[in-house]
Design a protein around this ligand. Structure first.
Ligand SMILES: *[C@@H]1O[C@H](CO)[C@@H](O)[C@H](O)[C@H]1NC(C)=O
Length: 145
């Protein structure tokens, strides 16, 4: 019982959710991600699957002391402020905002990241698992075509 209470507390504090694949695909489509900067919805779903498994609360620490935040695993050295390291803060947000179950800030920031010269290749998960692959299965059965 104590541990359940603790888990509930953590869930409330972290305020994150794990999307179901098609629910996430639909959400991104509603935010105008299908075809954004020439990138198909299937590529965005593939990218976020490999980066975070669609978990808005995902946090991963890098060897250079930066941290990757949220469903897009956006990096604290370049894009958001985690108050821990020097940051260019390209998205002008606190990194904690990228962990919210309200994904509007995370999607807005991902749209900014992909405008940089390296584009979607900024995401290693996309390079390794989605680039030059048939990514249609990531939106298959979602009723989006
Ligand atoms: C990051 O946030 C801290 C705390 O609000 C603030 O003092 C600092 O100036 C911010 N840094 C940048 C680069 O935005």
């Amino acid at each position: 019982m104590k541990s359940l209470a603790f888990l509930l507390l953590v869930a409330v504090l972290v305020d994150g959710i794990v999307f179901e694949r098609c629910q996430w695909a639909r959400t991104m489509k509603n935010y105008g991600m299908d075809g954004y900067h020439g990138i198909s919805l299937a590529n965005w779903v593939c990218l976020t699957y490999w980066e975070s498994s669609f978990n808005t609360a995902a946090i991963n620490h890098n060897r250079d002391k930066s941290t990757d935040f949220g469903i897009f695993q956006i990096n604290s050295h370049w894009w958001c402020n985690d108050t821990q390291i020097r940051t260019a803060n390209g998205c002008h947000i606190m990194c904690s905002q990228l962990l919210s179950d309200d994904v509007s800030a995370a999607i807005k920031c991902a749209k900014r990241v992909v405008l940089d010269p390296q584009g979607i290749a900024a995401w290693v998960g996309w390079q390794v698992h989605c680039k030059n692959q048939d990514v249609s299965k990531y939106v298959a059965g979602c009723g989006l075509d």
